[in-house]
Write a protein that binds this ligand. Structure first.
Ligand code: HEM
Length: 435
């Protein structure tokens, strides 16, 4: 077996992980190297990130069941329609629909709307002259934007609040935890809300074909593994799951980018990022291709943010049979996870890995296959490009509006974080913005 410890029911490891997941991984990599034994969410786990281990894993990953490794509360609240729980033909059919709503054509349709909403958000920040809460405010902005992109309208505040309750429920500690019950009821309310709206839009072809209903339109034609059109309820749940999966990830990325760019030791990076943001802002309108051509450094900042401050683990898969892996004997029942956080610390791919250096992503492509913030294999994230596109647009507006920002009075030196399901800056943390 690889070095490391699981302990009794994995309790100590799991609790330590939940305190600070990135530090947890880093300490173990230092102590044991890039493959180690531990426990994630009380399950015995082998985490690895070396090139050899990841390559070997890729050769059999497609045959592993995905959902058994996920925490029970997550499996329940993620519903039968959630891709993370599916495998085989069912999963393949679900993924085919992702490319229609998250592929290039879809991003092109979303960019003008994202740009407009971002402009509005940043202008309000400028006028309000109050601190910016890097977790809370950005989360709300991302959630409203993604509801608009995927539903075609921004729900009232009570529905926005339900999404937060659903998010909290997904990784509650057990089914008897009140947070889980609240998550369950939030999912029901969210689904009902989306379903009512979808049925109204679907009745009227002109409305369904309107640009703001691009996502609904695609899903009104989506088919499952048997070629049957998705039920209305499935479309509604899909909207809820997609808004959830995207808002918290996109918000975490934006918050971390601003926090890192505000650090004094990253002054040179900030200067370069501002220069590019100014040039991009001068463009008459932002399209996907202007961002791709003229926003290369800001994209590199986004990627480096994901590497420097990872916000998720990799995918978790249960090993169904005893197997030899990387020369170790791994018993059936262990979780196997190709962990991006281990790869991101690999000096041979990312030299001086503790330095924030976006330029590394402008150079050689040597590290491309070592950069997998959205996991790998059959369940690899289809939404990373949407999140980085939102971040590039956000940075363009933010960096041309504010000259600097510093932690508000009374903020702790260490930025408080929420660890699960996504590492994101805690609601109470704010910065003061200077124009
Ligand atoms: C930078 C931000 C993001 C990160 C770091 C991230 C990370 C991940 C990870 C680690 C997985 C699991 C992969 C696995 O199990 O192997 C995943 C899956 C997924 N992500 Fe993302 N994600 C991000 C943004 C998004 C966005 C914006 C969307 C848009 C809806 C999205 C939608 C999904 C979906 C639908 C899956 C399930 C795929 C499947 O099971 O086939 N993600 N993501």
């Amino acid at each position: 077996m690889p070095p490391g410890r699981v302990g009794l029911f994995g309790v100590r490891e799991t609790l330590e992980y939940l305190m600070d997941s990135n530090a947890f991984v880093e300490t173990r990599v230092k102590k044991y190297g890039p493959i180690f034994k531990t426990a994630f969410f009380f399950k015995p786990t082998i985490a690895f990130g070396s090139k050899e281990a990841v390559d070997e894993f890729k050769s059999f990953e497609a045959s592993l069941p995905a959902d058994e490794a996920l925490p029970e509360t997550f499996r329940e609240l993620h519903t039968e329609y959630g891709a993370l729980k599916q495998s085989g033909a069912k999963h393949k059919a679900t993924r085919k629909n992702f490319s229609r709503v998250l592929g290039r054509e879809a991003l092109e349709a979303y960019v003008p709307e994202i740009a407009m909403r971002t402009e509005e958000f940043v202008n309000k920040l400028k006028q309000r002259k109050v601190p910016l809460f890097l977790g809370k405010d950005i989360k709300r902005f991302a959630l409203k934007t993604l509801f608009y992109l995927f539903l075609g309208k921004v729900p009232e505040d009570s529905i926005i609040e339900e999404m937060y309750l659903y998010n909290a429920g997904l990784l509650s500690l057990g089914k008897f935890d009140p947070t889980f019950k609240k998550g369950e009821s939030a999912l029901e309310k969210l689904t009902q809300y989306v379903l009512e709206y979808y049925l109204e839009i679907k009745k009227d072809e002109a409305k369904l074909n309107a640009p703001e209903h691009f996502f609904l339109k695609q899903y009104s034609e989506a088919t499952d593994e048997f070629g049957d059109t998705f039920s209305d309820e499935r479309v509604a749940v899909t909207v809820v799951l997609m808004v959830w999966g995207s808002y918290i990830e996109a918000a975490a990325l934006m918050g971390h980018s601003i926090r890192i760019l505000g650090d004094k030791e990253n002054a040179d990076v900030l200067k370069k990022a501002k220069e590019e943001a100014r040039a991009l802002r001068e463009e008459e309108e932002q399209t996907l291709s202007t961002l791709a051509q003229k926003g290369k450094y800001l994209l590199a900042v986004s990627k480096e943010t994901l590497r420097f401050h990872p916000q998720t683990a990799g995918g978790l898969r249960v090993n169904p049979t005893d197997r030899t892996f990387c020369g170790y004997d791994i018993p059936a029942g262990y979780v196997l996870t190709a962990d991006p956080r281990i790869a991101f610390l690999d000096e041979s791919a990312f030299s001086d890995p503790k330095a924030f250096n976006p330029s590394r992503f402008l150079e050689a492509s040597k590290s491309e296959d070592r950069f997998f913030p959205g996991g790998m294999g059959q369940h690899q994230c289809p939404g990373i490009n949407l999140a980085t596109t939102m971040n590039v647009i956000f940075l363009t507006k933010f960096l041309t509006t504010f000259s600097s920002w510093t932690p508000s009075e009374g903020m702790p030196e260490e930025v408080p974080l929420v660890q699960v399901p996504i590492v994101i800056i805690a609601d109470e943390y704010s910065v003061d913005l200077m124009q």
